[in-house]
Design a protein around this ligand. Structure first.
Ligand code: HEC
Length: 105
């Protein structure tokens, strides 16, 4: 077996074993502190976190539009979800996190 073929196999296994989305601890912390209170419940208003089906129709508008709405507020979604310290990039990470399947860990 030549070595480039071997590294291809290693790469393939690495991809398979990755969770749905790699999440950093900081994003998780922000989510737990600010967003989950409303987004964890299936109350029919806020799109439920990790429920991909709840997010799909919204994601069709593009990630950027969801991030903008999260920052400016939308309906019963308060501006910035109450997170004053969150940056645009933080919101991008948060929206990706919430709209994907829950990571394994
Ligand atoms: C007080 C409750 C509450 C909190 C806290 C909250 N949300 Fe929301 N969020 C909502 C509700 C309700 C909606 C649905 C708004 C609508 O579609 O009318 C929503 C919708 C959204 C959407 C979809 C926007 C769109 O364009 O459809 C995103 C993205 C979002 N929230 C992100 C977040 C993030 C990130 C946080 C934490 C920083 C957060 N939310 C905290 C209640 C909340």
């Amino acid at each position: 077996m030549n070595s480039s073929f071997r590294s291809l196999i290693v790469l393939a296994f690495t991809c398979i074993s990755l969770p749905a989305i790699a999440i950093d601890e900081y994003t998780k912390e922000l989510y737990d502190s600010y967003c989950q209170a409303c987004h964890v419940a299936k109350n029919g208003v806020a799109p439920k976190s990790f429920d991909v089906k709840a997010w799909d129709p919204r994601l069709k508008n593009g990630l950027a539009s969801l991030v903008e709405n999260a920052i400016t507020g939308k309906g019963n979604m308060p501006a910035q979800g109450g997170c004053q310290e969150c940056t645009y990039e933080d919101f991008e990470d948060l929206v990706k996190y919430m709209s994907s399947e829950k990571p394994a860990k």
